[in-house]
Design a protein around this ligand. Structure first.
Ligand code: NAD
Ligand code: TYD
Length: 346
């Protein structure tokens, strides 16, 4: 099973997964199939295209386009689909939910139909957000799905479809529910790269509400290793949580980023909260640990590597921040920042 179609492979996690797979398995062949939305970026795969000629191919296409998906599978003799393609940002799902339902739910259905028709192994990259907010304890894979944003609801819909295709049609699907990823090539709309790039420019770090919301931040390559493990050794029809098992408040993460960059805490601004903001996510990771996975990075190590990458790769993010991003940033933050207050003085 070494001929993979990686949908959404030009995004943040997908591009890290593609690089990691080609480096780790000399016999792997990877076709990236990606629509190149605002979040898809061939710069994420620039080195991959150069280093792995003959083992890597790219097709620009929409996962909702059943004919194009089938042609790609046939032409590249694909054996397995790993689906990263999604609209992935909660704040955008509050502005424009339709594209989330279309890509995350309908697109997953199209891929499952293709997997069924061609007899392919299928892996769905899902999220801990499908469990909804977890005020205490930790979510296990058997917990009910209680998503609260259009993003997490769409991802939950996709998870249920995957499990239905296993039960109804015997498609060998697995699902990983990953926690928040950080690392190279993350679009700077997400909290950690937004804080890092703003801090480098001495711009305010907008922290929602009181900053005490908690997330399990994991290093992206740990997540990629876990996905690969489930792809190779996971049980079809099963779901695996994938995270460090430790959740940290956002305000604490912002402070650690400023410490790493030698910038003052006075850059942190508490801004009006995201509507329906999930207070806490936390994962029970015993199932993936039993399969043989370990997180290789502490939060400090993950943050240190991530900050260093953004410091050393301004070529990558300055281009992004000067484009479509500007209008998004204005819409999302201009009024919030005008109504903000400092978290710390000095
Ligand atoms: P991203 O937004 O960086 O990348 C998404 C990619 O999908 C982009 O390259 C985009 O062009 C592509 N895409 C979007 N719509 C498409 C369509 N209709 N057809 C083909 N390609 C399309 O996202 P990410 O952060 O890398 O997340 C990847 C996956 O992992 C998503 O499914 C997300 O739900 C899941 N996930 C993300 C996190 C996280 O912290 N970022 C955590 C857990 C799970
Ligand atoms: P985000 O990176 O958007 O991921 P998700 O909402 O999918 O977990 O946000 C991570 C956390 O940071 C979340 O609790 C929301 C918070 N946050 C802020 O406080 N300020 C921001 O500007 C953003 C984008 C997020």
């Amino acid at each position: 099973m070494r001929r993979l179609m990686v949908t959404g492979g030009a995004g943040f996690i997908g591009s890290n997964f593609v690089r990691w797979t080609l480096e780790t398995y000399p016999d792997a062949y990877v076709l990236v199939y990606d629509k190149l939305t605002y979040a898809g970026n061939l710069d994420n795969l620039k080195d991959v295209a150069e280093r792995f000629q003959g083992r890597y191919a790219f097709i620009r296409g929409d996962i909702c386009d059943a004919r194009a998906v089938r042609e790609a599978i046939r032409a590249h003799r694909i054996e397995a689909i790993v689906n990263f393609a999604a609209e992935s940002h909660v704040d955008r799902s509050l502005m424009e939910p339709g594209s989330f339902v279309q890509t995350d739910v309908f697109g997953t259905y199209v891929l499952l139909e293709a997997a069924r028709a061609f007899g392919l192994r299928y892996h769905q990259v899902s999220t801990d957000e499908v469990y909804g907010e977890v005020l205490e304890g930790a979510s296990t894979e058997r917990d009910p799905l209680m998503p609260r944003s259009p993003y997490s609801a769409s991802k939950a819909g996709a998870d249920l479809l995957c499990l239905a295709y296993f039960t109804s049609f015997g498609v060998p699907v697995t699902i990983t529910r990953g926690s928040n990823n950080i690392g190279p090539y993350q679009y700077p709309e997400k909290f950690v790269p937004l804080c890092i790039t703003n801090a480098i420019d001495d711009e305010p770090l907008p922290v929602y509400g009181d900053g005490q919301q908690m997330r399990d931040y994991q290093y992206v390559l740990d997540h990629c290793e876990g996905i690969d493990l489930v792809l190779r050794r996971g049980q079809p029809g099963e779901v695996y949580n994938l995270g460090t098992g430790i959740s940290t408040p956002n305000l604490e993460v912002a402070k650690r980023i400023l410490d790493l960059l030698g910038k003052p805490y006075s850059l942190i601004r508490l801004v009006p909260d995201r509507p329906g903001h999930d207070r806490r996510y936390a994962l029970d990771i015993s199932k993936i640990v039993a399969l043989g996975w370990r997180s290789r990075h502490t939060l400090d190590e993950a943050l240190e590597k991530t900050v260093r990458w953004y410091v050393e790769n301004e070529w990558w993010w300055r281009k992004i921040k000067s484009g479509e991003y500007r209008e998004y940033y204005r819409r999302q933050y201009a009024e919030r920042l005008a109504r903000s207050r400092p978290a710390f003085s000095g």
